[in-house]
Write a protein that binds this ligand. Sequence first.
Ligand code: ATP
Ligand code: FE2
Length: 339
Amino acid sequence: MKLCLGFESTAHTIGVSVVSFDGVVLSNERKLFTTSSGGLIPVKVAEHHCSHVFDLVSSSLSKAGVSISDISLIAFSQSPGIGHCLRIGAIAARSLAALHGLPLVGVNHCIAHLEIGRLLGKKVSSDGFSSDVSCSDPILLYASGANTQVIGFEGGKYRVFGETLDIGIGNFLDSFARSLDLGFPGGPKVEVLARKGSSLIDLPYSVKGMDVSFAGLVTKLSQLAVKGCSHEDLCFSAQEYVFAMIIEVAERALAHTGKSELVLGGGVACNKRLQEMAFKMCEDRGASCFIVDNEFNVDNAAMIAWTGILQFSAGDSLSLVNSGILPYVRTDDIEVSWR
Ligand code: ATP
Ligand code: FE2
């Protein structure tokens, strides 16, 4: 059985995973840099990743029940992300590839969210999941801390059909939660409070063409909190508005491309209300909605290893001199060899 060792290190998470070439995730280890107030200082995150990466290699190999000599390929997240963080995964990957004479592949993090959705997405149905349906050519609604993008494969490339014009939806939820003193990460705290809210408060709804904007909403919500609006209703309303905004754009991407599958990805895709709204939208238009387990929604190395396998199987690989990190590369800059 051929195996790939994957490294994820675009931002808060350092992850190492072993995935087989036939798509079985044998291990998926991760450590998350956190502070009680949120936010990150790149140098500190890089130190964190540096101090954990080789322990994660050991635990990932041992959980998979293999040793480094069983590995056939090394993949790492090469783009996009925070330079300080990307560099740690890249150095670890390059070192092991050079030491063991293994081929090396660089992966785009955003595309990896879509590829893991194609591999592991479970089709949602009104009474749970249909296990026997696989996801082949979806639109990805990628909703994470730093990123909010609607992505699909069209004309030989992964295209961004819509995205945030300012902050990511997760960063919006985190800033809003911080303004209510809910702690970090804010998304799950907002989700819990939102379940107790019921009255929908008027908020700005900012969809601009295929793009969305969240920055002004934090100010508006903070002002309403100061005026005494209940935190439960504010959380409920914030979720209803921002999730409706991204679902609208995702629906329009489905309509324009004629695709009939939606997959969710990114940390915010763990949110049950977002999953419910995505399913409802898909059901209404006769499309299929897929979600992955939470460990594959949040940043993870399994998606990097799997996308690396797809790329390598199509002939991609990097020489060490060409394996520099690419922090600013966009999804639609990537040459797609494997589809
Ligand atoms: P990326 O580098 O891809 O932008 P990231 O570093 O932000 O990712 P993720 O793990 O993908 O990391 O996402 C983290 C975000 O997900 C945080 O903003 C967090 O508040 C949010 N989040 C996590 N769980 C939930 C939830 N249940 N509901 C809403 N938001 C959530
Ligand atoms: Fe991500």
